[in-house]
Design a protein around this ligand. Structure first.
Ligand SMILES: Cc1cc2nc3c(=O)[nH]c(=O)nc-3n(C[C@H](O)[C@H](O)[C@H](O)COP(=O)(O)O)c2cc1C
Length: 487
């Protein structure tokens, strides 16, 4: 994190372009649904596959990632998005393989967020080849398979080697938007972080020194797939692979590639092996008195899901006000239900991280450091006291953070994680932290609270403040609370 000056001449483009390839437009502007977020997050009845058309895909993508605000810097226009991203550098790209979607030819497409279009990359039904390279796609005929990638240089331009964290956290943020979007249009879906990196990067036409696939999300289809055999896919033309370049003079960061490639191997592959919990840091667990958090009947939401999504911004102008108990409980509840009740989602992903809470100004909660057990929906006080001032200092003196009503922290025991999942476990943990981070942003927005993600902190000091053991690492921090405009 040592200081360095930014090379503005070489600022990476936030939009991926494929010169010469004609986009496929979506026929009409979708009308977003009106549900409230608490209904989307709460456990619901299992969803059934249905026939899809091009308007469904347009809606899913609109709710996953869309341009929501504009500002001008040095005469240039800059767009913010429905998803949060460290430094607004937006490393994550979306691709989708479609099959039997009415109004759209089967094939692989890149989602062009700038024009809300699809860029066709490959033709035909690619399901057999994708399924052969991906673990966890259990349905014989998925209709949509989404791929989320990260372009290294976008974040590395500013954050250099530390940016691998942001590639994963930012991708987690976008994944959560995708999952909520699919729930909102009543579609089942499941995630896979386990696939053959080389084959999937090749399928997407990525230059793997610059851009890599990090996550796959698939939506089961109806009907039976024709007996197509997996085939060796041809290389895509240079216009496609060279689109992974986003600045004229990119700097290569071999350490970032090294971190990623260390996770190429999938260490464990049975569901049973995934019931992994990094545990409570030694010396703490025995002391905690766990209390089950009783669910609220209604969350104090003042905006519906799509309003929250399109209004979501990082709000840092916190005021030192107390939040009522039901606001704090709704935030906690949103952490406790991340897909655990969804039969299509494996809960091992959630078990790769632990959540901590620095409750400062939350009615009904004694100030202190609490731990939350995401899987059981319980929380317990680890150490009473005031922590947010110290945490703000550890977060590179971002003093406004001390005014937040609470901080949510995600951490993991990296040692146990690596032993049980191999180095790829780091991807699971960081993307899960990102998913929950996006969820908190949206829930906070729905209730009129401010929220801001924090990736900039001194790791060792953070662990020391919380009394974590040597192997445990802080992954991500979010400050949440009332902001100047009121809630
Ligand atoms: C992983 C991650 C880390 C972030 N770290 C910080 C941070 O350390 N300090 C900060 O002020 N904002 C941080 N942010 C907020 C981003 O700067 C913000 O999302 C981005 O500028 C886009 O603005 P918006 O969220 O208002 O749309 C972070 C966001 C994410 C997703």
């Amino acid at each position: 994190m040592e200081g360095h000056s930014l090379d503005w001449q070489n600022r990476p483009s936030v939009f991926k372009t494929y010169p010469g390839i004609k986009p496929v437009p979506f026929p009409k502007k979708p009308q977003p649904p009106k549900q409230v977020l608490s209904h989307l997050i709460a456990p619901s009845r299992p969803k059934s596959p249905r026939d899809l058309n091009i308007d469904d895909l347009s809606m899913i993508l609109l709710l996953t990632d869309t341009l929501t605000a504009k500002s001008s810097h040095g005469g240039e226009e800059f767009y913010y998005r429905s998803v949060a991203s460290a430094g607004a550098l937006y490393p994550t790209e979306i691709y989708v393989a479609a099959r039997t979607v009415d109004g759209l030819n089967d094939g692989l497409y890149h989602f062009d967020i700038s024009g809300h279009n699809l860029i066709p990359l490959r033709k035909g039904d690619l399901t057999a080849s994708i399924m052969m390279s991906t673990q966890g796609i259990e349905h014989p005929s998925p209709s949509l398979i989404f791929f989320l990638s990260a372009i290294y240089f976008r974040s590395a331009w500013k954050y250099r080697n530390r940016s691998y964290r942001y590639h994963l956290l930012d991708t987690g943020h976008l994944l959560e938007n995708l999952r909520l979007s699919l729930i909102s249009v009543d579609l089942p879906s499941a995630l896979s972080y386990d696939f053959d990196d080389t084959k999937i990067n090749h399928l997407l036409g990525l230059d793997k020194k610059k851009e890599v696939c990090l996550a796959i999300c698939w939506v089961p289809g109806t009907g039976v797939r024709g007996g197509k055999e997996p085939e060796e896919l041809p290389d895509l033309p240079p216009v496609v692979t060279s689109a992974s370049r986003v600045a004229s003079q990119e700097i290569d960061y071999p350490l970032i590639r090294g971190f990623h490639e260390a996770g190429e191997k999938i260490t464990v592959n049975t569901k049973k092996d995934r019931t992994y919990n990094p545990g409570i840091p030694p010396g703490k667990g025995d002391l905690i008195k766990w209390n089950k958090v009783s669910p609220l009947k209604n969350w104090p939401e003042t905006r519906n899901y799509t309003e929250s999504l399109f209004e979501r911004r990082s709000r840092r102008n916190f005021v030192r006000e107390i939040i009522p108990t039901n606001y704090a409980t709704a935030l906690l509840e949103s952490l406790f239900t991340p897909g655990l009740k969804d039969p299509m989602e494996a809960d091992w992903q959630v078990r790769t991280i632990l959540a901590g809470l620095l409750m400062e100004r939350c009615e009904g909660f004694q100030p202190g450091f609490y731990m939350a057990e995401l899987a059981s929906g319980s929380m317990g006080l680890v150490s009473p006291g005031h922590f947010v001032d110290k945490m703000a200092r550890i977060c590179l003196d971002q003093t406004w953070l001390a005014n937040a009503a609470l901080h949510v922290l995600f951490f993991t025991d990296l040692h146990t994680l690596e032993r049980s999942q191999g180095p790829r476990g780091y991807r699971y943990a960081m993307m899960t932290a990102g998913r929950l981070g996006e969820r908190l942003y949206l829930v906070a927005t729905a209730m009129g609270l401010g929220c801001c993600g924090i990736g900039a902190f001194y790791d060792r000091e953070g662990s020391e403040l919380l009394g974590l053991n040597w192997a445990s690492g802080l992954l991500y921090v979010l400050g949440i609370g009332p902001v100047k405009s009121g809630f």
